[in-house]
Design a protein. Structure first.
Length: 317
């Protein structure tokens, strides 16, 4: 540390090393984004609050990586490539320097993995709780960003990865569910953004599953003015989620924090989708279809009967 005021010393010591060229070494009041011919900027922001999105005692590096990854998932949902991010950090004055050091180390680890850099941000003191906000920038070929709107009746519903692990991981974190392998808790603490899928010209619409499969698929339905049917038996569950038992299926379908993708894909493009998934190393599964009416999302069992799920997904208010 230096003889600078603490705020600037923290920036100098822990965050300036994370800055890329566009961040101007965090020496100015703003970043300068480059012009990329034939490309468009994609921008998203997410916040995380101690006691709401993570526990105050969670490892700082894990908190940092989750904060970055939930934003990277927004880029993945629009088929964008990461570029950089702005970070706002409001921490109690009693937060030790060691917390900032470990938090910055987590950011550095995932910056290297996903190929982006810090552009700037703000640090301030708060009486609590610890509050974090990250604004992410990505880029995509002009006119090729994947949007929520665009799904059509007859399109298939596809999802990446496995569904519901993070929702069950939260139960594990609360001591309400056993997790012998540790995989459920890992999925809750550290999501895997599904970057790198070449979806342009294949998927008609897409979103990331942050607030629950049923709710986020509902966003595609509302944007397209159509409905969707999920076949519960087709939804991919991890071995740990299956071991939890059928009583937890509704939670898997409606719980948040998966950060997988849900896509609308015409049947004739399924082969191209599988090829793109294989190239990116991302597992994809067909779980249902879109229909003209009725609107909204319906989940059916193996006999085709509609299932009652209760809550449709996570709500921030």
């Amino acid at each position: 540390m230096t003889d600078l005021p603490r705020e600037f010393a923290l920036i100098e010591t822990y965050f300036r090393p994370l800055a890329g060229p566009a961040g101007l070494a965090l020496a100015d009041d703003a970043a300068i984004l480059p012009e990329i011919p034939g490309r468009e900027w994609v921008v998203s922001v997410d916040a995380m609050v101690a006691g709401v999105h993570f526990l105050a005692e969670d490892p700082p590096d894990s908190v940092a990586r989750k904060l970055l990854r939930v934003n990277l998932s927004d880029l993945a949902a629009m088929a964008a490539k990461p570029f950089g991010y702005l970070l706002t950090l409001a921490a109690p004055g009693t937060t030790p320097d060691a917390w900032f050091k470990t938090f910055a180390a987590g950011l550095a680890e995932d910056q290297a993995r996903f190929g982006l850099a810090l552009l700037g941000g703000d640090t301030t003191r708060t009486p609590g709780p610890l509050t974090l906000s990250l604004t992410i920038f990505g880029e995509v070929a002009a006119g090729r960003a994947l949007r929520r709107a665009g799904a059509q009746a007859g399109d298939e519903v596809w999802v990446s990865g496995t569904i519901g692990d993070a929702a069950l991981g939260l139960l594990v974190r609360r001591g309400e569910l056993a997790d012998p392998s540790g995989s459920l808790l890992h999925r809750y603490l550290l999501p895997e953004p599904r970057l790198g899928l070449a979806l342009a010209g294949i998927a008609r619409a897409g979103a990331d599953i942050s607030d629950g499969l049923v709710q986020d698929l509902g966003h595609l339905c509302r944007a397209g003015g159509i409905g969707a049917v999920i076949e519960a038996q087709a939804v991919p569950l991890s071995p740990a989620a299956r071991a939890a038992g059928a009583a937890y299926l509704a939670r898997c379908l409606t719980g948040g924090d998966d950060y997988e993708l849900v896509l609308a894909v015409p049947p004739e493009r399924a082969a191209a989708l599988r090829a793109a998934a294989a190239a990116a190393g991302v597992p994809l599964t067909r779980i249902g279809h879109f229909r003209a009416e009725p609107r909204g999302v319906v989940v059916v069992d193996g006999e085709g009967a509609e299932m009652a799920l209760g809550a449709g997904g996570w709500s921030h208010f």
